[in-house]
Design a protein around this ligand. Sequence first.
Ligand code: F6P
Length: 357
Amino acid sequence: MKRIGMLTSGGDCQALNAAMRGVVKCLSCSGEPVEIYGFLEGYKGLIYGNFRMLTGADFSGILTKGGTILGSSRTPFKLMREPDENGLDKVEAMKQNYYKLRLDCLVILGGNGTHKTANMLREEGLNVVTLPKTIDNDLWGTDMTFGFQSAVNIATDCIDCIHTTAASHGRVFIVEVMGHKVGYLTLNAGMAGGADIILIPEIPYDIKKVVDAINKRSERGSKFTILAVAEGAISKEDAALSKKEYKKKMADYKYPSVSYEIAEKIQKKTGLDVRVTVPGHTQRGGSPCPYDRVFASRLGAQAGRMILNGEYGFMVGYRNREIVKVPLEDVAGKLKMVEPDSDIIQEAKMLGISFGD
Ligand code: F6P
C-alpha cells in the first residue's frame, strides 16, 4: 500500500491535471494499492491539514482540463519559516500532517518558489517527488516545463490576431507576454507570431535601437510593426541601476506595465499610433495543447514509477530529449534564463528580428 499526498502550488497552468492523472494512472496500473490525499490550494492545504481523499474517478476526464482540481495558491518561500498570524510553525505543521497521515511521499507540482519549499521539506526528512510546471519555462534542470507550450500557443494566437488589425491601420502594436523575469515565452511566441521586434529581460533594450528598427520598416514600406515585449523587459539604463536605485524608480512608476512606457516613448519619437495588448492570464488558461498533454502525462508516469521504486528527492525533468531525475537541491533557488548568445537568438537575428540591443 502506498499513501501519497499531492499538491499543486504557485500560479496554475495548463496540464497540471494531466500530470496528476499520469501519476495516478501509473500507480494504479502497477496493481499496487494506493491512497491519494489531495491537499487543497497548494502548501496551504498541507499546512492546515486541508485535504480530500481522491479516487480514480477524480482523475477521470481531466486530461484535457485546464487549471487544477486541487486548487492552488502562492505561499512565498521566504515566509515559510515565519509563524502564521496565530503563531503556527508552518514547517512543523506540514511535517505533522505528513506523519499523521502516514504518507509515503508527497508529489508536488510547481515552479520556482514551489521547488524551494519542496527542497526544504526534503531537507526536513520528508519523501518528495516534484513535477515541473510553469508557463515561464524558467525552472533550472529541465529543458521544458509543462504549461509552456500551451501558453506559447495562446500568446502566438494573440499576435496572429493583432497582425490583421495592425496591417489595416498601419499602427505599431505591442503585445505584452508573461514570463516573469525570463523571456522564453516571449521569444517563442514572438518568433511564431512573426513579431518584428522582441524585447526580453535577458537582452536589455535601447529605445533608440527599437525606434531605429521601426523607422527602417517604415522606410521599406511596411505600414505596421509588431513588438512582442516580455512583462519583465528592461531598458539598458534600468539594467545598469543598482537594486536600490531600481526599486526607487519602480516605487514612482506611473505606467501599468513596461509596455505602456515603451509605447509612450515610441509614440513620442516616431509620431506613430501605438497600441498595447496584454493577453495576461489567458496565457495560463484553457485546455492544455496536445504537446503538454503528452509531456505532462509522461512526466507523471515517470513520477509514478519513481514512487513505486521508492526513489525520492527528485524533480522529474526533461533534458536532451530524455526524462531525467534531477536532485531537488540542484533545482531549488536557480533560474533558467535565455542565453543572449544562444543559437535561437542568433537565428532570430538572422531573420531580421530586432532585440533592441
Ligand atoms: O509564473 C507564472 C506567471 O504567470 C508569470 O508569468 C507571471 O509573472 C505571474 O505568474 C503572474 O502571477 P499572478 O497569477 O500571481 O498574477
